[in-house]
Structures are given as C-alpha cells and as structure tokens.
Design a protein around this ligand. Sequence first.
Ligand code: AHR
Length: 621
Amino acid sequence: VVEVDARSPGTAISTDLFGVFFEDLNYAADGGLYAELVQNRSFEYGPADRPEWHSLTAWELLERQGAAGSLTVTDDDPLHPANPHYAVLTSTTVEGVGLRNEGFDGIPVRAGEAYDVSLFARLAEGEDTVGPLIARIESRDGEQVHGQVELGPLDGVWRRHTAVVTSEATDPDARFTLTASGPGTVHLDLISLFPRSTFKNRPNGLRADLAQAIADLRPKFLRFPGGCLAHGQGLGNMYRWSETVGPLHERRQQFNIWHYHQSMGLGYYEYFQFCEDIGAKPVPVVPAGVCCQNSEVTGQAGLPEEDMEAYVAEVLALVEWANGPADSPWGALRAAAGHPEPFGLQYLGVGNEDAVTDIFRDRFSRIHDALREHHPEITVIGTLGPATFGEDWEKGWAFARERNLRVIDEHSYKSPRWLLENSRRFDHLDRRGPHLYIGEYGSWGNDGRGALAEAVYMIGMERNGDVVRMASYAPLLARRDHTQWLPDLIYFDKTHVWTTLNYHVQRMHSLNSGDTVLPVTVTAAPQPPAVRVSDRHDIRIGTGTGTRAAFADVRCGPAGGELLPAPDFDNWDTQDGTWDIDGRIAAGEGAGPLLTEAVRGTRYSFAVRARKTDGAEGFVL
Ligand code: AHR
C-alpha cells in the first residue's frame, strides 16, 4: 500500500536537476557536434595530437590531367600567430594542381543542400595570379562532380574568400577539393566546407541531428567543455576560454587530452549559443589553476605564482563576457560576435576531479575569493571527484565546507549494483549543504541493467532534490570507430545518430521531473522468503523485500523428509545485506546457504523463524 501525504507542503526539488554534460572526447566536437566537414582545415594537426599526425593529415596533393606541382606547409608570415601553419600550393605546369580533403571518414553531402565554402588565400610573393580557385564536392574516386564554385580573385594579401556550392547528389562518402586554375604558388589557410542547414541554421553551427538529440533531452543545463579536457594535460594544454572566442583564425588550437585535435571552432560563444537555443543554463568549467590531478603525468602541478593574477582576471572576465553590458570591455566582444544581450551565466564550475593538495587549495581559493568578491551572484561549483568514500573524498568534503561552497561536483562511474545499493545515499546528506552536483555518472556495462540502475539512482537524486541540485550523465556523445569510453549516451557516425536505453532513461526523467517530494508511506505485505537454487547447487534464503531480519532458526530438507538445521547458521545471520541485481539477497543478513548439495528439480521444505530487525517484533517469515 502506498500512501502519499498530499497535504504536506513537501520538499521542493531543484529546478535545475537534470542536465547534460558535453565533453570533447570520442570525437564529440570536431568530427562530431561541430558541423565542419573539412578535417584539419587550418593545417594545425601535429604529433602532439597523435604521434602519426602532421600538418597535412587528411589532405593530399591533387595532380590531374598532366598537372604537376607540390603541396607543403610553412609558418612563415602566417595569417595569425594563433594559427601559425598554412598550406603552400604550387603548380609547375600550365594546368593547375589542387588539394583534396577526406573529411572525417569521408564527407557526407545531400542532393539540393547548400554548403558554405570559405578560405583564406594569398598569392606568393612575385605571383600575379594562379587563376580562379575552383572548389568542388566530388565523389571519392573523383569521377563525379557533385557541385563546384569559383573563388577569387586573389592578390598578395591574406583575404577571406567565400562562396556557396549546392550538391547535386547525395553521397555519404564525398571529398572536397580546391584547385588552382593555372601555374604559380598560392598560400591557403582555414579551408572550410560547412553545411548551411545547421541546428537552428546558425553559421559556424552544430550538426542538426546530433544537436536535436541533445535538445530532445530538454536539459536544464549544459556543462562544458570537460571533464579532464578542462584542465588538459600540462599547463600549456589547459582549456583557456578566452582563446576560444572571436574570429576562427584567431582562436588558439591545441591537442586534445583524449589524443586528437581541438580546432576550437566550437568555442565558448558556440557553447553559450547552443545553451540558449535549447533553453539550458550554461555551466562552463574552468581549470582551478592546477593540472590533471595536480599532474604526476606532466610533472607540472599548477600555474606558477606569477601567472595567477592574470589567470584569476581571465576567470572574472568570463563572467563579464557572458553577463556584462554590451559596452563593457568583455561584453563588447560578445556583442561583436552577434549577441549584445547577456547570456545570463549563473553557475561556474572551478576544477575537475582535482586532488585536494596544498597547491590546489591555494589556486582554487584565490579564484573562489575573487569570484565571491566581484560576482557574488555566481554560484561556484567546486570539485569533489569520484565518489570513493575514501580519504581524498573526505578531504574534498572538508575543503568544500571550509570554503563554504554552495555546490560541489561528484562523479560516479560505477557498476549497476553500486548504483542500486547507493540510491539512498543522498537521504543522509546534510540538508544545509554543500549541495551536490552529480556532474558525471553512469553504469559500467551497456546492457539494460545499467540503464535500470541509473534510473534507480536518479530516483534517489530526485527524492533528495533539495540537496542534489544538479546531475548529468557522462559521456554524452561518441563517434563510432572513434569511441574512447564505454558506455556513452548517444552514438553517431557521419550520417546517423543512435540513442541508447540510457538516453531514454535520461529523457524520461528529464521530461517528467517533479517539483515537490511528498512524504510517502509504503506498507508491504510480508513476503515469502526468496529461495533459489544457484548454479553451485546451493539453496539460499532471503527476506526478499529489503526487510532486515535476524534468523533464530532455519531448517531445510527434501519435502516429506527430515528438516536439518542450516549449516554455518551463525556465520550469516548478522552481516549486512548485499543485493543481487535481480533483487534477491545474495549474502549477508537474512541470507545464506541452506543446503550445499541441493538437486535441481527436487522439492524442498523449510522452517524459518525470524524477527524483523527494523522495528516490529515477532515477525516470522
Ligand atoms: O567522462 C570521462 C572522464 O571521466 C572525464 O573527463 C573526467 O572528469 C572523468 O574522470
């Protein structure tokens, strides 16, 4: 019997409870959500991304119909210091040569769709012309041209050239080529092919099908850009938000801690815009001034003393960039990018899974103090790391209390069993805070059991929605054949999107999340003991409904025969219960082996005397 006390005012559930966490791993950004079709468009790939990668990865020289020439990369007098490498294309024959890009596992195009072509080009010194540049979408073997357009004229100055090309064919595996029409040398950079039909038709926008799958979750917030990606691998690899806004060619690209490249085409402006487009609050995470777990990997613990002032200023600038008026110094940059209205930043994550060391305490505190002083309106989310219940986790809680943090970010990638067993752990949290943001969680293993366990864990969060402020499953996206973490919520390749059972659990909770928890009383009828014959031919007994019982006497024997006392009875009647995934007690209190040589198919009789240990006396199963 379930009784709900509808007259009680109940407890309010956080209005920001279920959101999403986007991290650029599994090719989630470039080759994923970011809709760019050209791979390595700025020639900035290199061995730091992946040992075998170089500036011309994904590109090749195209010499057709007797044309000959060369394709090299240089950084001499570049387009912008943040984007130092560019291609040098030389045609030594009357017929021009070209270069060809393979995209991310091929370039998918659709008949009748328009694509924006853009690039920066400059004629090499002493050149008058290389003729117009011809951009083509063509079949993989080059036999069919699906669409082509001319760009130019060029001169000796870096200039941006744009054109629109419409594909006449649907081809999931096309290629993009750019050919000079005549002899000579031309410099090329940031060569882009972008679908017109992005999510909400934003220029430099997002892949519509993937963005829609995220939007369909109706997330209350979007956390970005990581995870480990936020602090990166080493000081130079920290994700610095201010280097990811502004014109694309001025954004500093860098290697991705997950072993590929970040073009930063999907930067802070695009993240904030996406949040707005799907009605989710932006939750950016900035590094806490320390490296990955204060990094043993790189030998660098955190930003040097002399860099801290500028770093703190950069974090403060983020708030002004997001929320400041259009005529404030940073707000003006946002306005220039096309968004004069403030974005309404409310939460800011500082750090990710950082070890609570002296340098972390120092760097975090300086950032936190500055935010508290200049932007008390911002809720700072601290970092607790994995739910280990160990010393580090305790230290994280102690530090959060010491700093009087309002919200801290805990992660739990666990077995389905752990999630089930821990769905009540939030019941015992101190309601005064700090409140929890379960920033990353998910069950290991990708069968239905994991999704069910996550559902139970989420119910635990919602029931405690006064102290569990926010939660987001992780990871969100994974490109097939480039998947680095299992399981994930949404899988995709260049043309398809697949949602998982876990996705539908998220969606179900997000779309139906409650606003108030009311007191509920459940009265369960006593149930017969759950008995099963295990593979080891043991018979085990349990209370079956979660009731805790102390057993006074348990006997068992073949039906009609003598009932024998359970062996080792004293060893198993006082332990804590642990539960199997199927809901039966596997071992512990109220459970244990009765017979070790039971025969499958034989009928058995039981005599059980037990007492409930959670209240009522004299309860006999
Ligand atoms: O989600 C993958 C990684 O797991 C995140 O980058 C990190 O925060 C966590 O350890």
